[in-house]
Design a protein around this ligand. Structure first.
Ligand SMILES: Cc1ncc(COP(=O)(O)O)c(C=O)c1O
Length: 427
């Protein structure tokens, strides 16, 4: 065992990991769409380093933006002060975000972006004379992060059940991916108790952590219309879907939806640094205005809010996305579709769900086994890194994926499924 592996095993505690079965893989470098381990082995980063890498690793444009900012300022607080990278990125985000959003509140992770939207929505209703609007609607199997507020609007039992006693409870609407009555149930809740409800929190179009559950077209638009009609905010959590992942720059734009809050993180810096943003409307912003002594302002902030290095790289990432990464990703999508069609016919693949570059390959379940986990362990020997969600193998590669990378991803996935299910290798 290498020195680093030995040290890691002795002192580290990794997220979402059963440390009793931990087998470390030490990543030493990144190069384009590949990660390179300490022994020089290369792996396609098939889940974009947990869904955040956009342009591949060590992109010269992002590296340069970061270095340039480093020569000016690494960090200064956004509480009571401001700085150019924060202002410029915020302005650029509003230019490309769904219409109707005009204010940007920074934080540092997807979970905090959601917490902020929940708290701002809640406080908005308190400030505007609707004190009974204190509850949140969410979808079945929702995932919005791991801080307690975000867990309170989450619905993945496996992750959330144990923390139940700590949570502010939300009202669940069935996921439209699995229940055709979702809109009726939403309408019922809104009709009967909109005066208790601050907001509906939703992952637009596709619920990632639930195993890539795709919503029927039109659901988002109709849910948004119903919220508006009943005076309930719509919080769109685009932490996973934002920055081109679903085939539009933001998922809301596919259904021309204008949310009251848009939560962004992950891809906002191209996967370089922790940064998040909660975008909202002028109506929400104005409700918090007054004199300092009125105590109407938003009492929330984090030390690294709007970190200048992160904002500078975020600005470069957004420009690059629009100029080249997003158009080239769109051009590759038909090829991705053909690749998935071939995998769909595999005897141990139950279904494949896709929304742009967010893909879930659901495998057959086997009693007492974790097929998704096993396939993702096997695939490493083919030079690919993937992470499963239960029996669903996730593909969420960088948007700079090349045809040869796609070929590797498909072949390695098929062969690993073959071995997992004890089949002869099919290719
Ligand atoms: C939709 C969604 N919201 C929120 C989060 C939480 O983001 P973070 O892990 O940056 O806190 C995630 C993470 O996967 C997510 O997929």
């Amino acid at each position: 065992m290498s020195v680093l592996k030995e040290l890691d095993t002795r002192v580290m505690w990794h997220p979402f990991t059963q440390m009793g079965e931990w087998d470390p893989l030490v990543i030493a470098r990144g190069e384009g769409n590949y990660l390179i381990d300490e022994d020089g082995r290369r792996y396609l980063d098939g889940v974009s380093s947990l869904w955040c890498n956009v342009h591949g690793h060590r992109h010269p444009r992002l590296d340069a933006a970061l270095r340039e900012q480093l020569d000016k300022l690494a960090h200064s607080t956004f509480l009571g002060l401001t700085h150019e990278p924060g202002i410029r990125l915020g302005t650029a985000l509003l230019e490309v975000a769904p219409r109707g959003l005009s204010r940007v509140f920074y934080s540092d992770s997807g979970s905090t972006a959601v917490e902020i939207a929940l708290k701002q929505s809640f406080q908005y209703w308190q400030l505007t004379g609707h004190p009974s609007k204190q509850r949140f609607l969410r979808l079945g199997d929702a995932y919005h992060g791991d801080t307690l507020g975000a867990v309170g609007v989450g619905g993945i039992d496996l992750f959330h059940r144990i923390f139940g006693p700590l949570l502010v409870r939300s009202i669940a609407i069935p996921s439209p991916a699995s229940d055709g009555t979702a809109l009726e149930r939403l309408e019922h809740e809104l009709r009967t108790r909109a005066d208790e409800i601050a907001a509906l929190v939703i992952e637009p179009r596709i619920q990632g952590a639930a195993g890539m559950l795709v919503h029927p077209p039109g659901f988002l638009r109709e849910a948004s219309r119903l919220c508006r009609a009943h005076g309930v905010h719509l919080i769109a959590d685009e932490v996973a879907t934002g920055f081109g992942r679903t085939g539009t720059l933001f998922a809301c734009q596919a259904e021309d939806v204008q949310p009251d809050f848009l939560c962004l993180a992950k891809g906002i810096t191209g996967g370089y640094l922790p940064l998040a943003a909660t975008l909202t409307t002028e109506d929400v912003f104005r409700a918090f205005l007054g004199r300092r002594t009125d105590l109407r302002h938003f009492f929330h902030g984090h030390t690294y809010t709007a970190n200048p290095l992160a904002c500078a790289v975020g600005l470069a990432s957004l420009a690059l996305l629009q100029e080249s990464t997003f158009p080239s990703a769109l051009a590759l999508l038909p090829e991705v579709g053909r690749s998935l069609d071939r995998l769909r016919s595999h005897p141990n693949v139950r279904s494949i769900r896709q929304c742009g570059f967010m893909i879930g390959i659901e495998l057959e379940s086997l009693e007492g086994r974790s097929t998704g986990y096993e396939v993702c362990a096997l695939i490493r020997s083919h030079g690919v890194i993937l992470r499963p969600l239960g029996d669903v193998v996730i593909w969420m590669p960088p948007l700079t994926l090349q045809p040869t990378d796609l070929e590797l991803l498909e072949t390695a996935t098929r062969r690993s499924i073959d071995v997992c299910f004890g089949l002869q290798c099919s290719t």
